[in-house]
Design a binder for this molecule. Sequence first.
Ligand SMILES: *Cc1c(COP(=O)(O)O)cnc(C)c1O
Length: 357
Amino acid sequence: MINVTKTFLPPQDEYQAILKRAWGTGWVTNRGVLVQELEQKLKDYLGVANILAMTNGTLPLQIAIKALGLKGEIITTPFSYVATTSSIVWEGCTPVFVDIHPGYLTIDETKIEAAITSKTSAILATHVFGNPCAIEVIENIAKKHHLKVIYDAAHCFGVQYKGQSIFNYGDMSTCSFHATKLFHTGEGGAIVFKDDTLYNDLYYRHNFGHKGNEDFFGLGINAKMSELQAAMGLALFPHLDSILEARRFIVDFYNTQLQDTNLKFLKLRGHTNWNYSYYPIIFNNETQLLKVVKALNAADIFPRRYFYPSLDNLPYIKNQHCEISNRIGSSILCLPLYHDLIEKQQIRIVELIKVHL
Ligand SMILES: *Cc1c(COP(=O)(O)O)cnc(C)c1O
């Protein structure tokens, strides 16, 4: 069976060698040495100023909204994973959708200003499939209207924009280290931010609000990453370059093999050093997509309709229809893309797509 992705698992002895250190200290969570080491390695590798590792990629979104004191309406994208929208609602704010650009698949920056009201407090946008939003335009709009900017950068591990980590843009960025993501800790995630003065606030908030053993800073939650999760991340590090290289190779293959079809592809924004995280193809319509999916499934190949459905269709969202997001959502398919997808399998996938278009 070939799935859309396959979790990279490091050689067991390498993972165990790191776990041994946790056994040695008897310390399995509460920010032990492994979490601290992982954070340091991430800072160096990514080139970011501050990072807090967390237990998944959703709590950082909720904590960001809480820490920035956001209220009222938050402008966001309907074309993302559900966590982007659910975090806004969970924090008692109202998501206001702005439709997406049909090529870049990120929020359409030219439509943001029209959606701003007196209740708008922030923009929460997703760098979809690691493709950067229109960062400069969003920054200017935010400045002009005194809005905060959070980026859901769950797909962006290793992405650089204009020569630096994409996590360095906006007030805060969040990342996911879920097992389906390029860099993972089983479950896991992080919040990244430039402003050092936010560190204590975010630290306390991800640890119940504790300020020392007997004092409290304020309201917090438990979002701590465990040592067992951090060990997985540390075990992955030595393999990162080869993982990225393998993915680049597969993306190049898909690009060359599918370019003479009538499919459409993700349009990467300029000045982007991409991470080959997903390979979406866009069909002319849903009927064509379903035909290809059926043929692939029959051959035991399971691509994923990602993102589908468009988030304006969520049961707790009322009366917001985004035409482009719905159209793209119903005709987009992410092809299998992972480190050890072999050439024979890639050829089979491409052939099946081409004969059923
Ligand atoms: C994976 C993902 C998340 C959530 O991350 P978890 O680690 O699964 O909680 C949030 N946003 C986007 C865009 C994602 O793809």
